[in-house]
Design a binder for this molecule. Structure first.
Ligand code: KG4
Ligand code: ZN
Length: 356
């Protein structure tokens, strides 16, 4: 079964064709990073226009790269939410147009369900060595979803069964990375660069707080960590005005910030694994590319069996939407042409509500 996936919830427009929920035949993405860089963050109005402008060419590229035509496609899967309303609408209306014109089923997908599915992409067996063919039995796992918009721990108990154990109460970890990077003068989105600098720094004299780490729950808070970092910079350089910060200071702050983020994320993940009595952990979302996090996993969670998707499936992409859409198709979770964007869509078990 071939599913065409469409993703436009934030600042990446993506179209992909996935066979049987596993084999990625094409994965076309247009990033808008350059458009938003000068504003230091995503501007919703600019983002929706940019999505609109590149839908047609990405749609064609996805089919061409996959070597298929629209007649070969069995279903159109599209991100329904959460995300920016105007951005989601562009993808949804495009999907509806295709579904109507070519008489294909329309599958509404939850963006996080896509990230949760990303560990299965491009494989015959999953990252834990289990068969992921359509009828294989599902093995539950704990997922740490870390991106620019989300930070949560989710127990995935079935193909469409999710229990959110905890999530961020304020900023997402990727958002905090980008804001701290901006504060340090590293540009936008500075998360990846901050990671590179932190990894190249051996020691830091600074220790930043670990918000909510000792609390016996699975929620996160990254806004306090970001503010503490800003206060530290102000205390060390009170009168700097617009002057750039010294390189060695930036390096030490980057390391202290990365250490704090990795510590909080992995401490909570370890506790959740213990609570659930499982050793299967997946890390997904853009921040799963973080080298500090990847390197610390083996040290901090030696008994865990950890699956992290390839980088192109960690950041926003449409292959994960097509993959999750394939599973939903099999469970009959489809929508009619009245489908609307749902910017605050909840990750409910079963996914049935996504079709309404
Ligand atoms: O999953 P994604 O593409 O979009 C959302 O759903 O948010 O994640 C993008 C986020 C950005 O905040 C970006 O700075 C962050 O992931 N990111 C990183 C790294 N690579 C991407 N943050 C820290 N270290 C990285 N290596
Ligand atoms: Zn995402």
């Amino acid at each position: 079964m071939l599913v065409l996936g469409i993703e436009s919830s934030c600042d990446e427009t993506a179209f992909a064709v996935v066979a049987d929920g596993r084999r990625v035949l094409s994965n076309a993405i247009a990033s808008q990073v350059d458009l938003h860089a000068r504003y230091g963050g995503v501007v919703p109005e600019i983002a929706s226009r940019a999505h609109l402008e590149c839908c047609v060419s990405l749609y064609r590229r996805a089919l061409e790269d996959a070597g298929v035509s629209i007649a070969d496609i069995d279903a159109i899967a599209v991100t329904r939410g959460p995300g920016l309303a105007g951005c989601l609408l562009v993808g949804i209306e495009y999907a509806k147009g295709l579904a109507l014109r070519h008489d294909k089923p329309l599958v509404p997908v939850h963006h996080i369900a896509g990230h949760l599915y990303s560990v299965f992409l491009g494989r015959e067996s999953d990252a834990w060595g289990n068969d992921v063919s359509a009828d294989a039995e599902f093995e539950p796992y704990l997922a740490l979803v870390v991106s620019g918009g989300h930070s949560s721990l989710v127990h995935v108990t079935g193909w469409l069964e999710y229990e959110t154990l905890g999530e961020t109460l304020d900023d997402a970890v990727g958002e905090a990375y980008d804001k701290v990077a901006k504060l340090l003068g590293l540009g936008y989105p500075g998360g990846p660069l901050l990671d590179v600098i932190a990894m190249a720094t051996e020691a830091t004299r600074f220790e930043l707080p670990r918000p909510l780490m000792r609390k016996d729950n699975f929620d996160f808070s990254f806004s306090g960590l970001k503010t503490a970092t800003a206060r530290l910079v102000e205390t060390e350089f009170p009168d700097r005005g617009d002057a750039p910060l010294p390189e060695d200071f930036v390096a030490e702050i980057a390391k202290a910030f990365q250490d704090a983020c990795v510590d909080v994320l992995l401490t909570k993940a370890e506790r959740a694994l213990e609570r659930l009595g499982t050793d299967r952990l997946a890390i997904a979302g853009g921040v799963a590319c973080n080298r500090g996090l990847r390197a610390a996993v083996a040290d901090r969670l030696p008994r865990a069996s950890v699956a992290i998707p390839a980088p192109e499936f960690c950041t926003d992409n449409a292959a994960m939407i097509a993959g999750a859409g394939f599973r939903q198709m099999r469970d009959g979770v489809v929508a009619d042409l009245g489908l609307n964007a749902e910017p605050g869509l909840a990750l409910v078990p079963g996914g049935a509500a996504w079709g309404r």
